[in-house]
Design a protein around this ligand. Structure first.
Ligand SMILES: *[C@@H]1O[C@H](CO)[C@@H](O)[C@H](O)[C@H]1NC(C)=O
Ligand SMILES: *[C@@H]1O[C@H](CO)[C@@H](O)[C@H](O)[C@H]1NC(C)=O
Ligand SMILES: *[C@@H]1O[C@H](CO)[C@@H](O)[C@H](O)[C@H]1NC(C)=O
Ligand SMILES: *[C@@H]1O[C@H](CO)[C@@H](O)[C@H](O)[C@H]1NC(C)=O
Ligand SMILES: *[C@@H]1O[C@H](CO)[C@@H](O)[C@H](O)[C@H]1NC(C)=O
Length: 492
């Protein structure tokens, strides 16, 4: 009995369920609950009274931020938002499935075509032309045409701002130079110095109205040689302005000698988060949506941290959690000395054990995979036992290459970073290991349409179809205790 009580104390969210159950079976406990609740309410009222009396000026800053945002938008979030899942499918991949989505290339060209006043891009690095690899790849033309169109925008009166992680001397910078020559403003954000991470986020905000967010870097390979997934949302100023706040934080940090503020000014704060999401129609379906961000140092008041977002989405699942990420490691991959980091791993095991949630992980495998990833994945895959109703499965996704494709450095890999549960869709930009949530800048879009009764397919259903297509495809191999990794991943 004692551990049970302890558990309730640790997890207050479990209390209401318990009350409902005991309501029917144990009257005395029910009355205890009423007394307890009445006591708590009195205490709360007393505290509020004292606060109002003493600190009339200390109103919660979130309310103020909400006022500002709603005023900006004329008090309404009824934009006719339209969301489209978009993908890059590497050249040569063929799925035996009817599930297909518009390309990221198309989404980027649409966004450029829509732009009338501003394009803000948060990016890790830029290699949109084929110069970096010297492979003279035919499939570089999409990247090249995106860059060509972007460079033209400032001349047509569209402000273009690019926040990019400070390039190392060895990294190509000709794209950034081309952007500057075209009249774009580029700020190099020294995240390595500021937070010990990198600016790894990939998103676009156009006219403070349309957005793209997803796994694709500003790299020609992300359009034709690497498997990517993202979302484009059009005509959605409420959401775009909120993403704009994350951009403004990067923009601020891109100034010379900038430091991370210990407290971000209220302009950067947001009323929209996992507890109070933005309510808006997506393709006409009422949806609850928010954007999360990492690392914590870049999360102003009100912003849900990316890790908290992932943990809460897993915690909220009742039937299944499907995860497709490039890297999955319960470690601080880039930290020295080595650090074990089990926040997500524990939450997955907990979901499988406590709620019998089916967990499937589709992880990428290529010659550059971090070898320690596999024993940890095997340990997750070992939690599979029909009799105990434990169901965690892991598959490795490999993008095969022809000899010519194999010559393209850092291509031919599944770079997706998303999660879909029986409730929500989570579309992110981070690999899943500790550093990405604690030091590195990333962000994610979380879409919850559980309240909708529309007959339109939901984002969750569409994302689930993508996962299912990939999971069932010939490119996925079940990971078991004796799977030969070097064979599957072509590790040399
Ligand atoms: C494609 O899928 C269908 C239906 O799932 C199946 O009947 C068929 O055998 C598959 N074809 C190949 C080539 O895998
Ligand atoms: C945005 O909405 C306007 C007006 O309803 C429409 O003309 C336009 O095509 C929409 N833009 C996109 C990108 O969907
Ligand atoms: C989704 O929204 C429902 C209410 O419509 C809420 O109960 C649930 O907690 C939300 N899930 C997540 C992961 O935000
Ligand atoms: C994710 O991890 C891989 C392997 O460590 C790395 O190459 C990649 O740059 C990371 N970030 C991105 C862009 O997803
Ligand atoms: C929303 O509408 C667009 C077409 O306007 C469609 O491509 C997309 O799949 C729809 N998204 C959802 C989630 O239904």
């Amino acid at each position: 009995m004692k551990p049970h009580l302890l558990y309730q104390q640790l997890k207050p969210s479990a209390v209401p369920d318990e009350m409902v159950i005991h309501h029917n079976t144990q009257a005395p406990k029910y009355y205890r609950c009423i007394l307890l609740t009445a006591g708590l309410v009195t205490l709360l009222l007393a505290v509020m009274f004292v606060q109002l009396l003493l600190f009339p000026l200390l109103l919660p800053p979130l309310n103020r931020a909400e006022d500002t945002l709603l005023r900006q938008e004329g008090g309404s979030c009824s934009d006719p938002c339209r969301i489209v899942l978009v993908e890059s499918i590497p050249e040569g991949l063929v799925f035996n499935s009817s599930t297909s989505n518009p390309s990221i290339y198309q989404a980027w060209m649409n966004l450029i075509g829509e732009a009338q006043s501003s394009v803000d891009i948060a990016s890790f690095y830029w290699t949109m032309t084929n110069e970096d690899t010297k492979t003279e790849e035919q499939t570089a033309w999409q990247g090249e045409s995106v860059l060509k169109e972007l460079v033209k925008l400032p001349g047509n009166g569209v402000s273009v701002r690019v926040a990019v992680n400070t390039p190392q001397a060895s990294q190509p910078q000709s794209d950034l130079q081309a952007l500057l020559d075209g009249g774009a403003v580029v700020r190099k954000v020294n995240l390595p110095k500021l937070t010990n991470g990198v600016l790894h986020t990939k998103f676009w905000v156009v006219d403070k109205k349309h957005i793209f967010i997803g796994s694709a870097n500003m790299d020609w390979r992300s359009l034709t040689q690497v498997k990517e997934l993202g979302a484009a949302v059009y005509n959605c100023s409420c959401l775009a302005q909120d993403l704009g706040k994350i951009f403004e934080a990067y923009w601020f940090l891109g100034q010379p000698d900038a430091t991370v503020p210990s407290h971000w000014p209220s302009d950067y704060s947001t009323p929209f988060n996992k507890d109070t999401p933005l309510e808006l129609p997506l393709n006409g379906t009422l949806s609850r949506v928010y954007l999360s961000s990492a690392p914590p140092a870049l999360c102003p008041e009100g912003r849900t941290q990316d890790l908290q977002s992932i943990l809460s989405v897993i915690e909220d699942a009742r039937d299944f959690v499907d995860i497709a990420v490039m890297n999955y490691l319960p470690t601080m991959e880039y930290s020295h000395p080595k650090r074990y980091w089990s926040a997500i791993d524990s939450e997955l095991r907990r979901a499988a054990y406590e709620r019998r949630v089916r967990v499937r992980l589709l992880i990428s495998c290529w010659p550059h995979s971090e070898p320690t990833m596999f024993p940890f994945l095997r340990s997750l895959a070992a939690i599979n036992d029909r009799k105990s109703r434990l169901d965690i499965q892991v598959k490795l996704f490999v993008v095969p290459s022809t000899q010519a494709q194999a010559q393209i450095p850092f291509a031919r890999v599944n770079h997706n970073k998303y999660m879909v549960t029986d409730k929500v869709a989570y579309i992110g930009t981070s690999n899943w290991s500790g550093d990405y949530f604690l030091h590195t800048a990333g962000s994610a879009l979380v879409v919850n349409q559980t309240a909708s009764r529309s007959s339109e397919p939901t984002v969750q259903e569409q994302l689930q179809a993508v996962f299912q297509r990939d999971w069932e495809s010939v490119y996925s191999t079940q990971l078991s205790q004796d799977t030969d990794i070097s064979d599957i991943c072509a590790v040399k």
